[in-house]
Design a protein around this ligand. Structure first.
Ligand SMILES: [Zn+2]
Length: 206
């Protein structure tokens, strides 16, 4: 959970330090475009994303010696950049300081964004719900509450009438993202991995 959101966990810290900047559009064409990202090379350039991925995978491997897990942690971290690449306007730098900024701007269309992001969310949810089973009430209800919480945040973002008031307010709000990995860790400890019918082998983890 921490891996795919890592870049957005770091971003508010860099905002508060004044190393990166965000601009608020008081009259955005749609709520997904309320923020502009003039500078976020340390959290959101492709090169930095790869660096964070290597670092996260290395820390995970050092702690667990679980190679496949470390590999997927790295892929998870860098996947954030490629998913942002699909949704963001061309504001993502390839390397810090470079003028080349990329992005496919899915956010230009509110309906297309909701359909695509909704489908990705549903697919992830389906995979997790299918490969794990609640062992107790926490495993069931803390998971359900987590999903409801994510949907509520999404709805608040997608349909919020007014953008956040300042860069610092955005940073403080985004810092609440640190709650998510701990919350997920909590209910995941109360769920078991179930073997699913697969062509080669069942889902397994040490
Ligand atoms: Zn991001």
């Amino acid at each position: 959970m921490a891996a795919p959101v890592l870049l957005d966990l770091l971003w508010p810290i860099f905002l508060l330090l004044g190393w990166e900047h965000v601009r608020i559009d008081p009259n955005p064409p749609n709520p997904f475009l309320a923020l502009a990202f003039p500078s976020y090379p340390i959290s959101h350039s492709l090169l930095a994303a790869v660096g964070w991925a290597v670092l996260a995978a290395g820390v995970y491997w050092a702690a667990t010696r679980y190679r496949a897990g470390a590999l997927w942690i790295g892929i998870g971290v860098v996947s954030h950049w490629f998913l942002d690449f699909v949704t963001h306007r061309p504001d993502l730098p390839l390397v810090p300081g470079s003028g080349t900024r990329v992005g496919l701007a899915l956010w230009n269309s509110l309906p297309a964004t909701v359909v695509v992001e909704g489908a990705v969310f549903a697919a992830g949810l389906w995979l997790y719900a299918r490969t794990t089973r609640a062992r107790d009430r926490i495993g069931r209800w803390a998971f359900v509450a987590f999903v409801v919480f994510l949907l509520a945040i999404y709805a608040a973002n997608a349909f919020s009438p007014s953008p956040p008031p300042s860069e610092r307010a955005i940073a403080r709000l985004t810092l609440s993202g640190w709650l998510l990995p701990f919350w997920a860790y909590w209910f995941d400890r109360h769920r078991d991995v179930v073997a699913v019918a697969a062509p080669s082998e069942g889902a397994r983890r040490p």
